[in-house]
Design a protein around this ligand. Structure first.
Ligand SMILES: [Fe+2]
Length: 217
């Protein structure tokens, strides 16, 4: 039976400038920069369903935000995690805003948008992601809450259509397992995150690595 230790890990000491992320999303979270189709494919929902969720990649914005301390802070945090050890450039192209408008359907994070290299669906060494869901996807995400993320829990199921096995409320940035069936069935309003794609390691392994390195506590 999978345990909560494999499903999430909070990083309360990871500091970030939330106001800057809000400013960027206020400026750019618009149809010309964001994409509702990518996420709809993963969630199996029609683009026309209700208010569409969307993904917006830093890399697709007309302004360059590589200089943000947040980017180098994330690169430093994961500098010894294989899937993320390519530094600021790699981190930057895998970072996206994730905007949920209402209930988040049960799903796993499969698809090229979550891969280590979003363009190729390959990890940094050129090997296809070898997780349980095929050549793309991610094993977990590093999610940074920006707005409206604490009201409803993220939940995990043991399988599609199965039992809810764990709930998590965001109080800080967190590693969130995305290869186990998950969703937020009680969410009613908007929630906005920054999320990092590309991980293929086990969440628990990375958790203990970060603790050993003294980067989290
Ligand atoms: Fe997900």
């Amino acid at each position: 039976m999978i345990t909560s230790e494999e499903l999430y890990f909070d990083l309360p000491n990871f500091e970030y400038d939330r106001d800057t992320l809000l400013e960027i999303s206020d400026e750019y979270l618009k149809p010309q920069y964001s994409d509702i189709h990518r996420l709809s494919k993963v969630l199996g929902r029609k683009d026309t369903d209700r208010s569409p969720h969307c993904l917006m990649f830093f890399n697709d914005l007309p302004e360059d935000f590589r200089h943000l301390p947040l980017i180098s802070d994330i690169a430093e945090l994961f500098s010894n995690v294989g899937s993320q050890s390519d530094g600021v450039e790699g981190i930057y192209k895998r970072l996206f805003f994730f905007n949920v408008k209402d209930q988040l359907e049960w799903h796993i994070d499969d698809g090229e948008d979550y891969a280590v290299d979003p363009e190729l669906g390959l990890n940094h060494s050129g090997t296809a992601y070898s997780g349980p869901h095929g050549p793309t996807g991610r094993s977990f995400g590093f999610n940074i809450p920006i707005r409206g993320c604490a009201e409803a829990p993220t939940c995990w199921m043991d399988k599609f259509g199965g039992d809810i096995i764990c709930e998590h409320y965001y109080t800080s940035p967190a590693l969130i397992n995305t290869e186990q069936v998950h969703g937020s069935p009680d969410n009613q309003g908007e929630r906005l995150f920054l999320s990092l794609g590309g991980f293929y390691e086990g969440l628990r392994d990375v958790k203990y690595q970060l603790i050993r390195e003294g980067k989290v506590f």
